[in-house]
Design a protein around this ligand. Sequence first.
Ligand code: ADP
Ligand code: MG
Length: 579
Amino acid sequence: MTIRRLDPIVMDQIAAGEVVERPASVVKELVENAIDAGATRIEILLREGGCRRIEVRDNGSGIPADELPLAVASHATSKLRKPSDLEAIASLGFRGEALASIASVSRFEMTSCLQDSQEAYRLRVLFGRPEDVVEVAGAPGTRIVVDDLFAELPARQKFLKRASAEYARCSAWVERLALAHVGVGFRLEHDEKLRLEILPESPLRERCAKVFGQGLSERMIELERSDPMLQIQGLVGPPESARRDATRVHLFLNGRWVRDARLLRAVREGVREFVPLGHYPTLYLAMALPPDRVDVNVHPQKTEVRFRDERLVFGSVVNTLRRGLSQSSWATRRVGEIGSSSVQEGKTPSFGDSSPSRGFPAPNTFGGAPSVPVSQATPQFDLQVHPADVGKGKVLSIGKTFLVRQVDGGMEIIDQHALHERVNLEELRRDLQNTGVAVQPLLVPALVDLSRQELELLLSRSETFQRLGVEMEAFGETTLAIRAVPARLQRLVPEQLVQDLLEIALDHRKATPDQIQEEALFRMACRGAVMAGDDLGEEALRDLLARGADLPQDRTCAHGRPVRVFLSMEDLERAFYRR
Ligand code: ADP
Ligand code: MG
């Protein structure tokens, strides 16, 4: 084999691998170009998650006709002139490779018209092969259309996900850029439906409302640090809006959305005592530094950064968060609540655990099998419960947590929560196999505020949840309505349920519907169970024991903790040195 220089088109396609991973990267690069061109209105129109078409229109400076071929040439940019410019980058772009990359892997069309001009010019590039520039009709600004991304590169196309997943990533980038650029208006359409509209003059909090939901945005508190070397401006959400992953953390550096492991660690450190362990807050945090104090030329996608003064930056992020949070209304009370609930339940604290009702009183009976009224302390009662219990006495409740009763050959101690959890799990499984899960419509649908991303994620799994008896639908752009819950699990608190399902969907993005169903089943079985400390009436107690009498598996709860402990006469005798 002889060594040859690569064909320029192939070179661009190889380079494109780093910049253009999927439709979302195209959206990001095109919108960034529009912002760099001084646009105040940017329209993004997508089809099939951007896989079929991505169209971005702006009212920015426009590109002169004779520069159009250069704009799509690799390593051609108007944003850097001399080598030293690389030391202090003020624009979002600077590498001059985005358009060349995009045009080499799609059917690309760029129409541009200068601000004070009447004439627009168009350049088409078909998978790297440019056509001639022609004059066309058009308004000032630039319009770029990217069709059939990767269509001639089956190896790349293979990595694209379903349109809905690709769309979610595209809209995430639009949201990030919209948060970072107050003064610029955004309009996002997907398959001809308007999905997001932000006016140029819309202030930051209004933008947060569009991204995180109205209710949450109103509760976010302001963070501020003013120092010419490092200015920080931020909004942070209340503890219950924290998530296990960083999807709600938005960090910006000089108008650029960045993702940096050490910055995220600084964020976690800053919120440590305010959100549950291992959680990230809902956060908008914009840092402004003199451009020569940071290096953004670390990676082609420009989301990684290096700081000259790392200590100053990380330390300031931690302190700004701490200071702001310590003045918030939720600072102290909540911390106490986390502590107590985590001790009580012996698991990772999660918000909402400690407030079971939040406006949705949990009925005091177990959902599901109707409890048959049986007169108290009749011998038949135990006969019904367990054949082994014939003629044995009452059930004692100890500390509203354990149930103790005499059984053949000794005594048994039952953990009421663990038993109920196991009962729920087995009954739901049986329902799923037989008739399906019976649903209980809510009198008033429960409305839960979510971000767009979260809403879409949950809705993308709604069929699976429906099978489990949870009926949900979108109620506006950032609100989810829960219309029904499983009839057996009337103790479920809709808001908590949404949090749980969201967590499952986030933690198992790649899971099959069956895996999601299994995860959700476990979680709902647990949440729908009585807790340690719940006072069970006589009837509820009997009902629980009856349902627990013939389970296929009742040794352990869904988490693997024991449901019952049996102490034989022999054990007792040994304990009292009778043996
Ligand atoms: P970079 O943004 O790194 O300069 P790109 O390949 O993204 O590289 O763009 C190449 C050049 O094309 C830019 O430097 C800019 O001059 C021009 N350009 C691209 N998009 C636009 C736009 N929407 N409006 C005006 N000029 C644009
Ligand atoms: Mg660019």
